[in-house]
Design a binder for this molecule. Structure first.
Ligand SMILES: Cc1cc2nc3c(=O)[nH]c(=O)nc-3n(C[C@H](O)[C@H](O)[C@H](O)COP(=O)(O)O)c2cc1C
Length: 323
């Protein structure tokens, strides 16, 4: 089984990926949060920093792009290839209305014919440019916009092109993160896809993983998102190694805290990042509501650190998590 770290905008940037990689079992692939190429500017400074080779040492990082037009997409693919990347992932899953109304992310799934044309153009160019010929293009997709029965037509498009892998989050766009992943639709994809399939969705504990793998023992890869953010030792649990300890969590927290302080200017920005992290690791401390509220309200390092220390010194870790 291969394990991938999910791309999560605002959360799994290079500081996060490096901290995780330094302390916990290595993922087979680390996907970056999406980069949105535009005709004029290629990549933003923040995006360039996230994929800079020196910020991704020793990890197999896959940059993810969100686009629905081949030219800006290829422009950024060329830049990424120049940086040494051999695999690029296309985001076909983002459910956010601002993205979907532009026909990007999961919005692109509403137009299988346009998606087909996009892949035709992209693969034609990639095959025509010797430098790009060996680049692997994978997709991270949902099942459709409103109903799972949209998926067969989408899969036909995927099957018609030389994609390297399909990461499937078996929900539709309108689900956002509600409802359960549709495992029947996932089973359909496993049987009918011409390409390797990776499963993604709601694997938050060893128990979730074991149930999933019992039902789908032939799945070659799974991608973990919120489960890893909440419990960075989830892979250790899955591999029957020692689970998360408070000292591991402290080390991880401190590495991230220092990492963000080195990357960002000002307490506000750093604390914003740490609060986003606590949204997930807070689930490890179900009885620490008072202190978690203090973290949420903190405006200065001193208040933040006092609340964090209070949690770490008073509470045990509880890893049976769900969202
Ligand atoms: C805050 C947040 C940001 C996300 N950002 C991205 C993203 O940039 N690209 C992407 O393909 N998916 C993104 N996702 C979706 C996750 O990669 C993943 O598909 C989703 O969380 C389901 O997996 P999980 O149940 O293991 O968390 C995001 C999800 C969340 C909650």
């Amino acid at each position: 089984m291969k394990f991938y770290l999910a791309p999560m905008e605002g959360l799994t940037g290079y500081v996060y990926r490096n901290a995780y990689h330094a302390l916990f079992p290595a993922m087979d692939k680390y996907f970056t949060p999406f980069i949105s190429p535009s005709q004029k500017r290629g990549m933003r400074t923040r995006e360039k920093k996230d994929v800079a080779p020196e910020n991704n040492l020793g990890m197999y990082t896959v940059p993810q792009l969100m686009a629905n037009r081949s030219e800006p997409f290829l422009e950024v693919v060329r830049i990424l290839h120049g940086l040494g990347y051999q695999e690029i992932n296309l985001n076909l899953g983002c459910p956010s209305p601002t993205v979907v109304t532009k026909g990007k992310g999961a919005g692109f799934l509403d137009e299988p014919r346009l998606l087909d044309r996009f892949f035709n153009e992209v693969f034609k160019h990639m095959e025509g440019e010797p430098a790009l010929r060996d680049i692997r293009l994978s997709v991270k997709s949902r099942l459709g916009i409103s109903f799972s029965d949209e998926f067969p037509d989408i899969l036909k498009v995927f099957n018609a092109h030389p994609l390297s892998e399909i990461i499937l989050h078996p929900r539709v766009q309108e689900d956002f993160y509600n409802n359960r992943p549709d495992l029947c639709a996932f089973a359909y994809a496993l049987v009918n896809s011409e390409h390797p399939i990776c499963y993604n969705g709601n694997l938050f504990s060893k128990n979730d993983y074991q149930k999933f793998i019992k039902e789908f023992p032939d799945t070659p890869a799974v991608m973990l998102g919120r489960g890893i953010l909440a419990n960075p030792a989830l892979l250790m649990d899955i591999q029957n190694k020692q689970g998360l300890t408070l000292s591991m969590l402290k080390e991880y927290h401190n590495l991230l805290y220092k990492g963000y302080q080195g990357e960002m200017n000002g307490e506000r920005d750093v604390l914003f990042k740490m609060k986003e992290l606590w949204f997930y690791i807070g689930a490890l401390f179900p009885d620490a509501n008072k202190e978690l509220k203090k973290i949420k309200k903190s405006n200065h390092y001193m208040e933040y650190e006092a609340a964090v220390n209070s949690i770490f010194s008073q509470y045990e870790i509880y890893t049976d998590i769900t969202f």
